[in-house]
Design a protein around this ligand. Sequence first.
Ligand code: AMP
Ligand code: GLY
Length: 425
Amino acid sequence: MNVLLLGSGGREHALAWKLAQSNGLDTLYAAPGNPGIAAHATCVALNATDHAAVVAFVKDHDIGLVVVGPEAPLVDGLADSLRAEGVPVFGPSKAAAQLEGSKGFTKDLCRRADIPTAGYVRVNTLAEAQAALATTFGLPVVIKADGLAAGKGVTVAFTKAEAEGAIADLFSVPGAEVVIEEFLEGEEASLFVLTDGEALLPFGSAQDHKRVGDGDTGPNTGGMGAYSPARVLTPGLEQQAIDRIVRPTVDTLRAEGMPFSGVLYAGLMLTEQGPKLIEYNARFGDPECQVLMLRFQGDLLAVMLAVAEGRLAELPAPDFSDDPALTVVMAAAGYPGTPKAGGAIDAIDDAEATGAVVFQAGTRMDGEQLVASGGRVLAVTASAATVGEAQAAAYRAVDAIRFPDGFCRRDIGWREVAREAGTEL
Ligand code: AMP
Ligand code: GLY
């Protein structure tokens, strides 16, 4: 079967790498792809916002499955345009992708389905926001832009001034929609669950590091590293999260006529009262996907096709290696501000000779030279018997790479490494 993969990041490189190992794959096309993805796929220029062009490409190239990597085309309804033409798609409809596209939509759904999450109000004006801050919430308080914001729309405000600054910022844009939330305390973990709208298949867990600096300091990013599994999400807590959060979400969406098909990425806070939903994403995480794919032992194409065709109930539980995997993101200097473009990257082969897998994100070829072309540039990924060993293996590979304009955190996985070593505070 021919497959079209949409996207160009480290997540899509990991998906391409795994799809390329599937028995049923003939040709993998990627749009737009990147130089790393090009090792596994034929990269083509296709504008995902031009639905007619994507549909035409699918017909011309006998594509049997379209895999949508990032959220924007899903929120934009690309999966609907393809399904309308009878094309199997891995990824939810526009209506179901509101789980990621509108935080207010998700909070209202949690209220209807009695799903544990932070208390909240939706506000549409600065005055409403100020009133809610004054009457309903203490500190800290969490302030979120309703729509997609590439990881930048959330402020956890510890002072009144920060909270007021955040709402003033958001309402400086006309027509802003904002959610104000109770602050949840606990450790975060991400749970991935495949669903075809009815059946559920838990598909691994991970923890990521959102802050740019060591010790989880500095501004938020799309994610500077991750590891899988998230052992804090014990089998008992995972079952609670499925029974109280994911199952009611999937059932409610189906009952309301917008079944979710694809992967649900539940961002959870493990609180003293049990897991609570922080947010949903409607696609795999980046860089969480990189560690999941390193651990997944099955046939990704077969699994994604079963999701797309509504046959998920037929599949056995997925086979994940017991060995944890860990990924370190190498970013371009300046990230998460304006990243320095064009920096040369060498010796990826040397890094992979250590046994690691180097997934490419923001890269491009400049003649014969691989160079940086984005904020997050590489995801250097390794697995081993323990998180500590996987961390050491990933940093050995990082240290083999020559990317003078790049940087990375040196402490990815620190919580779990400390737990393994028994030195947790
Ligand atoms: P999001 O972009 O929604 O993933 O939020 C970014 C980060 O903000 C999350 O990973 C959490 O660390 C934090 N966050 C979001 N909502 C809450 C909340 N209600 N309580 C505490 N932290 C939160
Ligand atoms: N790593 C966080 C995300 O993919 O949203």
